[in-house]
Write a protein that binds this ligand. Structure first.
Ligand code: FES
Length: 203
């Protein structure tokens, strides 16, 4: 929900509330003035009708605004991406777009897995075990956005045989962990799951 929608909705609600209260106030004055001496029954009816009408009016006005803040079906679909990885060869990476960001899916070799798992946590700027970054050792799934200033790192590059961001020289290892350079944290792991052996659902 964007802040502009919240601001717009708040403004409209306050405006409607103001108009409604003004209307009720004027009604009371008119009823008091013109209906003096008559029974209170008519006034009670007018008040009840006014309140009911006001509630319905506010609800009818606000509902479309609230409803339009919900993401529509196309946005929801973009939030989840299913990827067929059956054609990804060993040692290869594919890049898919998820929520407007590149996501790297790499089928790692045994050598890469071994390198990633043998690193001591004390050597890492953002200590994280390789096992905590993958669901299956062979598959590394991560957001391909450098955690320094958002460039897209290059694969099979850098001092650690992983990814290298040429913008300011950040080196990531075969687990996507930052090893050298200005990036403060490891490449982000998105929410994902294996639907089956050949399909990964991201989001
Ligand atoms: S954006 Fe990647 S090192 Fe600066």
């Amino acid at each position: 929900m964007s802040s502009s929608y919240i601001l717009l909705t708040t403004t409209i609600i306050l405006l409607i509330l103001f108009l409604y209260l003004s209307w009720v106030f004027v009604s009371i004055k008119v009823v008091d003035k013109e209906q003096k001496g008559k029974t209170n029954e008519r006034r009670d009816f007018l008040f009840t009708a006014s309140y009911a009408l006001g509630v319905v009016g506010v609800g009818a006005t606000i509902w479309p605004l609230i409803d339009q803040m919900n993401p529509d079906a196309s946005v929801k679909a973009l939030a989840i991406t299913e990827v067929d990885v059956s054609n990804v060869g060993l040692g290869k990476t594919i890049t898919v777009l998820w929520r407007g960001k590149p996501v790297f899916i790499r089928k790692r070799t045994q050598e890469e897995i071994g390198e990633a798992q043998s690193v001591k946590l004390e050597e890492l700027k953002d200590p994280q075990k390789d096992q905590d970054r993958v669901k299956k050792a062979e598959w590394l799934v991560m957001v391909g956005v450098c955690t320094h200033l958002g460039c897209v790192p290059l694969g099979n590059k850098g001092d650690f045989n992983g990814w290298f961001c040429p913008c300011h020289g950040s080196h990531y290892d075969t687990s996507g962990r930052i090893r050298k350079g200005p990036a403060p944290t490891n490449l982000e792991i998105p929410k994902y799951e294996f639907v089956n052996n050949n399909t990964i659902k991201i989001g």
